[in-house]
Ligand binder design. Structure first.
Ligand SMILES: *[C@@H]1O[C@H](CO)[C@@H](O)[C@H](O)[C@H]1NC(C)=O
Ligand SMILES: *[C@@H]1O[C@H](CO)[C@@H](O)[C@H](O)[C@H]1NC(C)=O
Ligand SMILES: *[C@@H]1O[C@H](CO)[C@@H](O)[C@H](O)[C@H]1NC(C)=O
Ligand SMILES: *[C@@H]1O[C@H](CO)[C@@H](O)[C@H](O)[C@H]1NC(C)=O
Ligand SMILES: *[C@@H]1O[C@H](CO)[C@@H](O)[C@H](O)[C@H]1NC(C)=O
Ligand SMILES: *[C@@H]1O[C@H](CO)[C@@H](O)[C@H](O)[C@H]1NC(C)=O
Ligand SMILES: *[C@@H]1O[C@H](CO)[C@@H](O)[C@H](O)[C@H]1NC(C)=O
Ligand SMILES: *[C@@H]1O[C@H](CO)[C@@H](O)[C@H](O)[C@H]1NC(C)=O
Ligand SMILES: *[C@@H]1O[C@H](CO)[C@@H](O)[C@H](O)[C@H]1NC(C)=O
Ligand SMILES: *[C@@H]1O[C@H](CO)[C@@H](O)[C@H](O)[C@H]1NC(C)=O
Length: 882
């Protein structure tokens, strides 16, 4: 990925300028070889070459006729019914009036003829100083070979040389002068800092010319008589794509009049099928067989024929899995003209793989809707240092060390890395031993890169891993994976509801066994889940890996996902208090993940769909498939490939690939916005500026207009202060700069504070109903009990001006401090290890620091859990403070 990022820096993109191209018919030679009369092919007349012998310097040639009907072909097949046989070495010489790039198209078809067996022909062809074909044996299907040569002399010399004992033949010939820009001058080169520049001095061979959108474009529909083959047969997975066509949407203001590529190429496209789960990370990939040992120019043609407004299409372009163009924003490149054709050239070297793959993948740029498009593709082989384009001359570089110094360098490196390896292994063993001694029950600080294999799954080293279930038991529990018990479906596979023999309800996640990645995530999730148990984390009950199955069994969460309770379902809407409780619960789960063991665990996929609710609407965080152990003590981050869910991804992590706990905080901030606004993170059905929840909500939050984003279902219970606090906290989580983001502990603290405010408010309201005149009178700074916390609200309301001016000073008032400390004490007393079912975590989570609060005065709490959500009405007994 680093290389990719680096590449982006050096990639420049060649935009099609408004240089009005014209098709110049100078030097336009079309020859139907071996024919006695001119042939009309696709509205072009191919001259019979025996009528004009001045072109051919070799008089002794033989004309042959096909003895049976010629095959169907993309070109009018009348070209392939005659051929000219050439012996020895023969030259075609074409006078060139205009110097520059010319196409040389050679038509071959080894038909059966009386007296001549064309299939035994074997010959080489060269043009100027370039070898186009070497020991070539045409097949019994029509073949068109297209080459581009920059002709700098007055004549084009085309030489056919037959191999010893054989002969050469040709059916048709085209020499066409090319308008500018059809062949690039140079282009950025993948895996190199220097762009490829000497292209004019080379010859090119068109290896593939493809029209995306599953439609052929025939030569008669192209001004330059190119054949654009349909892309379908090259697509790796047609299920992920959609073919689109809308030629009227092409707005060709560039004046290239279809010379770069015809409108029928730009008017059709293959696009990513975004009807699929928008969170799924998908690619569309085409694969082409090409000769290794050459450089290739790849030209991507794009035209946004699908969007209704600019800025909607941003995607990544890959060449052989290497990022070629990052976050290509089409409307930006075309000055916001929708439907304007645009192309990008990239050069890549193919060293040993005989395959060139092209992928379009969704960009994870902050507000890009998962989409991508490709309209056309051209792959051109570049002649190599021998001036050859034939595969027999391929220059495959072997990685042989060239000199002894290199050998020494390698030996030194090997010895060095071996020593480092030994030291590392030693350190690891020591650390591993220590962590086991420290805590036998919980595996936490273990090196995460150790891959669990089949045996270690089963051995006693993981006693806390839960049970390994047999497939039979799982099938029994889920009624043989009955579709009636299906409760969820996603990129990983399906989730079923099940009942075990002991009547325990379980959720059974059955992964689809398709990729290496799937196996990795499966193991990762089991490994992660087996390390911790917490009231607010979904617990692992068992797993099954029999017969390549990837099944994980969790505790069953009666009320499904938080997402389903917020939008897109008929479930009753949650009230504000429930929402707060859910956020507090999931923040606790995350806080435990981040601080509950020696090394933080970063969830990486915090989203409303991964927060599950049990029968009491208690929130638990689930899905640890891509979770990762956090940075080492002496490091600040883990560098890793970006993974996560669209819409929830921390932009800083995206940009730097540096993963910290703060990325989870960002995602959690997004969840908080979903909770308060009751709408999806990305909603493409909305007007453009509101599609992205984060963008839209932050805009209003910054203006202090929480009411603008509030879920209509919450309007009835507007309770300004706790909601305001909630909104502010969400806003802080979404700060771009990682260092400025609060920790989950801070977030938790604020949420609990909001919850207190809400409770007090509600209690006040109840009291108000009893007597209207007792409220808010008795502010005392020395004597508090939970029962009189209503007074706290008055204090903070009184200070609200100062608080908004300086959020850090929120708790500055002594009265507040005292009150808060009282709360903390109460919680500490109440809680004591209530949260962890398992043996205690290896390291007690510390109290989150909060502004200028003098933390030294507060005893350390094992976890923050001030109010038991299930019993909010009954405040615990609190010892008097001071
Ligand atoms: C092919 O060429 C023949 C003879 O020149 C002509 O009659 C026929 O119409 C052409 N077909 C097409 C599809 O252009
Ligand atoms: C033969 O080729 C020459 C050179 O291109 C051209 O000037 C001449 O008109 C051609 N003759 C015929 C009969 O096509
Ligand atoms: C090829 O066909 C033409 C008529 O189309 C005929 O005049 C000519 O003699 C044939 N040539 C051979 C070698 O059969
Ligand atoms: C073809 O052209 C090459 C290069 O000019 C020359 O060496 C060769 O003798 C020519 N062959 C014939 C048959 O004219
Ligand atoms: C063809 O090559 C010559 C010399 O290398 C160069 O000056 C010229 O610009 C090239 N023409 C084109 C159209 O690239
Ligand atoms: C291609 O050309 C044919 C006639 O030459 C026309 O009927 C057809 O509609 C064209 N197709 C496209 C895609 O432009
Ligand atoms: C094709 O594009 C035009 C212009 O953008 C648009 O008005 C029209 O609705 C599109 N047609 C289809 C079938 O999408
Ligand atoms: C094409 O783009 C130009 C701007 O370059 C715009 O003025 C024109 O209206 C567009 N035409 C269509 C049909 O969209
Ligand atoms: C798309 O494919 C490329 C190359 O194989 C890979 O690096 C990238 O992660 C993929 N992107 C997605 C979104 O799957
Ligand atoms: C394209 O993006 C660049 C850099 O972000 C910006 O400077 C430029 O104004 C954008 N152009 C258009 C047409 O949006």
């Amino acid at each position: 990925m680093k290389i990719h990022l680096f590449l982006i820096g050096i990639l420049f993109i060649f935009i099609l300028k408004c240089t009005c191209l014209e098709f110049d018919s100078t030097d336009n030679y079309l020859i139907d070889c071996g024919s006695r009369e001119n042939t009309r092919v696709d509205n072009r007349v191919f001259l019979a070459d025996n009528l004009n012998s001045s072109i051919l310097s070799t008089p002794e040639t033989i004309f042959v006729n096909a003895s049976s009907d010629s095959p169907s072909s993309i070109y009018n097949s009348s070209l392939y019914i005659t051929a000219r046989i050439l012996h020895g070495s023969s030259n075609y010489t074409f006078p060139i009036k205009k110097k520059g790039w010319h196409w040389i198209r050679l038509h071959f078809f080894s038909f059966f003829s009386e007296g001549f067996n064309l299939s035994s022909a074997k010959f080489s062809v060269s043009a100027q100083r370039f070898i186009l074909l070497k020991n070539f044996q045409p097949l019994n299907v029509p073949v068109v070979k297209e080459y581009a040569v920059n002709i700098t002399t007055d004549n084009l010399l085309l030489t056919f040389t037959s191999s010893p004992g054989s002969f050469a033949f040709i059916n048709g010939l085209e020499i066409v002068l090319l308008p500018g820009k059809v062949i690039p001058d140079g282009a950025p080169m993948i895996n190199s800092q220097q762009p490829y520049q000497s292209l004019q001095a080379q010859a090119l061979e068109t290896v593939r010319r493809v029209n995306m959108g599953n439609e052929d474009v025939l030569p008669q529909n192209d001004t330059l008589s190119r054949y654009w083959q349909s892309d379908k047969e090259h697509l790796i997975n047609t299920n992920l794509v959609e073919f689109v066509s809308n030629i009227t949407a092409v707005n060709d203001t560039s004046g290239n009049s279809g010379l770069i590529a015809p409108l029928s190429v730009y008017g059709t496209a293959t696009k990513l099928d975004s009807q699929l789960d928008p969170n799924i990370m998908i690619n569309m990939t085409w694969s082409f067989v090409v000769d290794p040992g050459f450089d290739y120019v790849v030209r991507f043609h794009f035209c946004d024929i699908i969007s209704h407004s600019p800025d909607s299409l941003i995607f990544n372009v890959f060449l052989n899995s290497v990022l070629a163009v990052r976050d290509l924003d089409l409307s930006n490149k075309t000055s916001n003209v929708l439907g304007a054709p645009y192309y990008v050239d990239v050069i890549t070297r193919l060293n040993d793989i005989p395959n060139l793959s092209v992928s379009i993948g969704r960009s994870v740029v902050k507000n890009a809707y998962p989409n991508g498009i490709l309209n056309g593709l051209e792959i051109m082989k570049i002649s190599n240092s021998k001036g050859s384009l034939d595969r027999l001359d391929a220059e495959i570089q072997t990685t042989k060390p060239a000199s002894t110094t290199k050998v020494w360098l390698i030996v030194a490196l090997a010895v060095g890395s071996f020593l480092i390896f030994i030291v590392l292994a030693f350190v690891l063993i020591v650390m591993f031993r220590r962590s086991r001694r420290r805590d036998n029950a919980v595996h936490s600080g273990e090196d995460h890169s150790i891959i669990i294999n089949q045996e270690s799954f089963e051995d006693s080293k993981h006693p806390q891993i839960g049970y390994r279930f047999t497939l039979l038991v799982v099938k029994e529990a889920t009624d043989n994976f009955s579709e009636n018990l299906l409760i969820g479906i996603g990129g990983f596979g399906k989730v079923y509801k099940g009942v075990l023999r002991d009547n325990r309800k379980v959720a059974v996640k059955r992964g689809v066994c398709q990729s290496q990645q799937g196996h990795k995530d499966f193991r990762n999730e089991i490994e992660m889940l087996s390390q911790f148990r917490h009231r607010h984390l979904v617990s692992l009950i068992g797993y099954c890996n029999e017969r390549d199955e990837m099944i994980i069994i969790y505790e069953y969460m009666e009320n499904g996902t938080l997402k389903n309770h917020l939008y897109g379902s008929n479930l009753p809407k949650l009230n504000w208090k429930q929402r707060l409780e859910i956020c507090i619960g999931s923040a606790r789960g995350l806080h435990y993940l981040h601080t509950g063991s020696a090394k933080a665990i970063i969830h990486r996929d915090v989203k409303s769909a991964n927060i599950l609710l049990d029968e009491n609407m208690m929130a638990k965080v689930g899905d640890f498939g891509i979770s990762k152990t956090g940075p080492e003590i002496d490091q600040t981050h883990v560098s890793t490939a970006v993974k996560g869910s669209f819409g929830y991804l921390d932009p800083d992590y995206l940009a730097t690939q540096k993963l910290t706990e703060k990325s989870d905080v960002y995602s959690f901030g997004v969840v908080m916005l979903e909770v308060i606004s009751g709408r999806p993170v990305i909603d493409p059905s909305l007007p453009r500026e509101t599609v992205n929840l984060v963008e839209w909500a932050l805009k209003w939050l910054r203006k202090g207009r929480l009411d603008k984003i509030l879920d209509p279902h919450l309007v009835d219970e507007i309770e300004d202060e706790s909601m305001q606090k909630f909104g502010e906290t969400a806003e802080k989580c979404l700060v771009e700069h990682v260092a400025d983001r609060p920790t989950v502990g801070d977030v938790l603290w604020n949420l609990e504070n909001a919850y207190q405010i809400l409770e007090n408010h509600q209690r006040l309201k109840e009291r108000n109903q009893v007597s209207n005149n007792q409220v808010g009178q008795s502010v005392s700074t020395t004597h508090y009990s939970m029962g009189s916390l209503g007074d706290l609200e008055n204090v903070s309301m009184g200070k609200s001006n100062a608080a908004t001016n300086n959020p850090q000073q929120e708790f500055a008032s002594t009265a507040q401090l005292v009150a808060l400390q009282a709360q903390v004490l109460a919680l500490t007393a109440q809680l004591q290890d209530q949260n962890t079912i398992d043996s205690q975590p290896p390291q007690a989570p510390t109290l989150p620091p909060m502004g200028p609060l003098p933390l030294g005065a507060v005893p350390q709490a094992p976890d923050l859990s001030p109010v038991e959500p299930s019993s909010p009405g009954a405040p615990p007994q609190v010892p008097k403070f001071q």
